[in-house]
Design a binder for this molecule. Structure first.
Ligand code: FAD
Length: 497
């Protein structure tokens, strides 16, 4: 049977935060966009703790911010960590950054089934043709270029779409990303396993930190404890990848044993019961989630979100990278579809900025892990910057070389390991300085230059979304590079911005 063929400007694979954000940002400019999502929403997903710039920056531009505000998600003011040299927990607050002061200095803790559903509905509202229950099977290749895709629709019919661009936003599981060429490189440094479940009636931290993410380091790894409502909590342990076999044999028992090993989490859960039904009833295991693809584009195709890369969950950067990469990709597509910028320049800009942002978080996270020491722990010893991870650091240098904000320090791995160790020390000192205050004041997020660098671009996206035309002009990332338009939806040559 001949496949029904349709035509679109952009065909998006996957309706998670990356796909729905990209679709909204391109459809809103009047382009013909289709989103093919395998599942029927709402569907479960992990990744519940967000950063402010996602909500007040990218989601403001995509049109989803007001619907998100109405949904009543708990307000996350920052993070509380039992991590590093201090035995007591310390807290950082988003609000201490002068850039983000005011109502926009909070993020949300979200049930992803609800959050992702709001974003996908928004894509529809902005004009995208969103089709659920549609699984993409492959792409249409003609020479070097991708010209569309094939999928099976909700009734099982095979269909074909011709599109000027295919954007793979299908997350970490689908194999479609291979179609851009290149390889997926897994990180050894962040090679861990996550085991997670949900609890009712866990304890809450005192106000104003009641809905902060709580991260607690212990001998076997670290725990996240994310309050999703007054009573529901997402609890996950990140441990050595080598424990996979033992854990998969009996995940329930393994999670219980890890909780018992970590006194603070055991205390928070002392009156709690594990949810055993519905979308939260299962104990889930995820591994091999830290990787990057060696190329993010091919003529006619782009990778965004987890399809391209993900580092590690400790600083809630996943949804940020997913939605930010979609903003970058949408600017490139909008510019090319309207003939404002040539395709090569637009794709180069997308890839350079996305890699830079990934690299900045990667570096920050290495420093963050480096800060916690536990000489007797296999987990923590493997998270030290040592001669053993030289090859990986080398790969990381190549990954961000030339586009990183700190490129001068990146020419050899010795200099890089030294810088990572220095970063870690600087961050630890900032924590120590504020956390030791008797008034219990929290650590200003931007007190350390390491964190400031990691959050800089996100802060800028947020400022531009709020100020629009009034925002200060940007400087290009590299000589001859482009800058974003005042409305944040296009690229422009730097001189005419
Ligand atoms: P996804 O959310 O995976 O969406 C992809 C969509 O594509 C899915 O809906 C899927 O059904 C669909 N799809 C797949 N294949 C096909 C196909 N062939 N055809 C059509 N559709 C398809 N991030 C945070 O920000 N905060 C956190 O606290 C956090 N914690 C995490 C904890 C762990 C243990 C892990 C592993 C990750 C965590 N993350 C966190 C990361 C976060 O889960 C991801 O970065 C984020 O979901 C990526 O969004 P995405 O849109 O790229 O992909």
């Amino acid at each position: 049977v001949a496949a029904v063929t349709e035509e679109f400007d952009v065909a998006v694979v996957g309706g998670g935060p990356a796909g729905s954000t990209l679709a909204a940002l391109v459809a809103k400019q009047g382009h013909r966009v289709v989103v093919l999502e395998k599942e029927n929403f709402p569907r479960y997903q992990i990744g519940e703790s967000l950063l402010p710039s996602t909500i007040h920056g990218v989601c403001r531009l995509s049109g989803a911010a007001d619907d998100l505000a109405k949904a009543g998600f708990p307000l996350k003011r920052g993070g509380t960590f039992r991590w590093g040299a201090r035995p007591e927990p310390w807290t950082f607050a988003f609000s201490v950054s002068p850039r983000m002061a005011g109502p926009t200095s909070v993020a949300y803790q979200v049930e992803r089934s609800k959050f992702d559903d709001i974003l996908l509905k928004n894509a529809r509202k902005q004009g995208a043709d969103v089709r659920e229950g549609c699984s993409v099977r492959g792409v249409i290749e003609e020479g070097e270029r991708i010209h569309g895709l094939t999928y099976s629709d909700a009734d099982g019919n095979e269909r074909e779409i011709r599109a000027r661009y295919v954007v793979d936003a299908s997350g970490n599981k689908s194999r479609l990303y291979n179609k851009v060429g290149g390889t997926r490189e897994y990180s050894d440094f962040f090679r861990s396993l996550a085991l997670f479940g949900y609890f009712e009636n866990g304890k809450r931290m005192p106000e104003p930190n009641r809905f902060n993410i709580l991260c607690v380091a212990f001998e076997s790894g670290w725990f996240w404890y994310i309050p999703l409502s007054d009573t529901l909590t997402s609890v996950g342990a990140v441990v050595r990848r080598e424990m996979a076999e033992k854990i998969q044999g009996d995940p329930e028992r393994a999670l219980r044993a890890l909780i018992d090993e970590c006194p603070m989490i055991a205390d928070y859960l002392s009156d709690a019961t594990r949810v055993t039904e519905g979308q939260y009833g299962e104990i889930r295991v995820r591994k091999d989630y830290s990787y990057h693809h060696t190329t993010f584009t091919r003529p006619g195709m782009m990778l965004v979100g987890d399809a391209a890369c993900f580092v590690d969950p400790v600083f809630s950067s996943g949804v940020h990278l997913a939605t930010y990469s979609s903003l970058l990709a949408a600017r490139s597509l909008n510019s090319v579809l309207e003939g404002k910028v040539d395709e090569d320049a637009a794709m180069k800009e997308f890839e350079a900025r996305y890699r830079r942002e990934y690299g900045v978080f990667y570096e920050f996270l290495v420093s963050f892990y480096e800060m916690h020491r536990d000489e007797n722990s296999y987990f923590w010893q493997a998270k030290k910057v040592t001669a053993n991870n030289e090859p990986e650091l080398q790969a990381f240098v190549e990954l961000i070389g030339g586009v990183s904000s700190g490129e001068q320090g990146l020419m050899n791995t010795d200099a890089l390991s030294e810088r990572l160790a220095d970063n870690s020390e600087e961050f630890a000192t900032a924590v120590e300085k504020f956390a030791a205050n008797e008034d219990g004041s929290s650590v200003p997020l931007f007190s350390s230059s390491v964190v400031r660098n990691a959050m800089q671009e996100a802060g800028q996206v947020q400022m531009r979304a709020l100020l629009g035309e009034d925002a200060e002009p940007e400087t290009p990332l590299f000589p001859g590079g482009l800058v974003s338009s005042p409305d944040g939806l296009y690229w422009l040559p730097a001189t005419t911005a």
